[in-house]
Design a protein around this ligand. Structure first.
Ligand SMILES: [Zn+2]
Length: 368
């Protein structure tokens, strides 16, 4: 023991953005790091190959990190999730939508952290040192992942401490707990600078997509992809990882997904005269962008001049929900999709008749 400054750390290194950022942070803080990547039969196993590439890249810069790939695929194979089960599709769309719950792997973080804790204790005994378990959990971890909550980690660590000798030498380090994805990326930029690493190379060697194609390119349309794209956009950089489409194309898709979530799930409104279907008069049908329910037909669409698509009536089977809305000091009728309870816009009764004033972003058009 040198009695000193070097902190011994263990962490789970998935090959995603957060754990890569965490590894960089620990290294730039001078920690000696051992990390584990879990092979649990995930469809996006490419993340492990990328993790290995980054370990090799670090090594080429004289930074040595102990890295082990732990195979849990037969154990996690017992569990049901869109991330691991072959005939269960990974859903697209915004994270907080109900369908993203399909990406939960039952009890995953309890399983992973439990192994990490045993690993930390083993290093502590072998090297006669205190060990920190670093976790990349952050404030953007979602309500659909209850095993990402800090209170869960507090509680599970207390249980581990009760069940083991030597647990007083093990502590938890959650440096990202109050940060979001954007802040983690900014932190990673700083760490790369202080370690003399190329940020783009490091982040080329990561994967965030749950449904990469056979060449390992990200689709850009899973909830995790969208978050990542928006984080790079927020720090004013192009994501160096490979996508199926060009960066401008995937960025446009991510911004659209963000706006759609804001309008449909947070009762937002798109800016007037900006929507795709504002002045769009082809023959066809308009479907809910959330659930695909038929809402309007082009025969009933008219130019109201207000800046949003206007319809004089709804499609026969639409059964749009009407709710009295007194927000913003106005007396309006809010309209919502009866299929998925998403906000669509408002209904006004005017001298010329009813006007359904609908946000374009809530609609998908199909030509007749
Ligand atoms: Zn709907």
């Amino acid at each position: 023991m040198d009695g000193g400054a070097i902190i011994r750390s263990v962490m789970a290194f998935s090959g995603g953005m957060d754990s890569t950022g965490l590894l960089l942070r620990l290294l730039s803080d001078g920690h000696t790091v051992s990390c584990i990547s879990y092979d649990y039969g995930q469809k996006h196993r490419i993340e492990i190959e990328r993790a290995e590439k980054n370990i090799a890249y670090l090594s080429s810069h004289g930074i040595s990190v102990e890295h082990r790939v732990v195979n849990l695929s037969s154990a996690v194979g017992l569990l049901h999730s869109a991330l691991t089960t072959e005939d269960y599709q990974v859903p697209q769309g915004h994270y907080e939508e109900e369908q993203m719950k399909a990406t939960v792997v039952p009890n995953r973080n309890a399983i992973f952290t439990s192994i990490l804790y045993g690993y930390a204790l083993s290093i502590s005994i072998r090297e006669d040192t205190d060990v920190e378990i670093a976790l990349g959990v952050h404030s953007g971890d979602h309500t659909i992942y209850p095993d990402c909550r800090p209170e869960f980690y507090d509680s599970i660590t207390e249980s581990f401490a009760l069940g083991n000798w030597g647990s007083e030498r093990i502590s938890m380090n959650l440096p990202y707990i109050d940060l979001d994805k954007e802040a983690i990326l900014r932190d990673s930029l700083k760490s790369c600078e202080s370690l003399g690493l190329d940020f783009d190379t490091v982040f080329t060697n990561t994967n965030t997509s749950y449904n990469p194609d056979s060449e390992g390119r990200s689709s850009g349309n899973s909830g995790a992809d969208v978050e990542r794209i928006l984080a790079f956009h927020a720090i004013g950089r192009k994501d160096p990882v490979q996508y199926v489409d060009s960066w401008s194309e995937v960025l446009r898709g991510a911004l659209k997904s963000q706006l759609r979530f804001h309008v449909m799930k947070e009762n937002g409104t798109e800016r007037p005269f900006t929507g795709e279907y504002d002045s769009h008069y082809e023959d066809g049908k308009y479907y809910c962008a959330g659930c695909g329910r038929k809402l309007f037909v082009s025969d009933d669409k008219f130019d109201s001049g207000c800046g949003w698509p206007a319809f004089s009536r709804e499609a026969d089977e639409a059964q749009i929900i009407q709710i009295k809305d007194t927000s913003h000091g106005m007396n309006r009728i809010e309209v919502r999709c009866s299929g998925c309870d998403s906000h669509l816009g408002h209904l006004f009764h005017e001298s010329r008749g009813p006007r359904y004033c609908i946000n374009s972003i809530c609609l998908n058009f199909e030509r007749d």
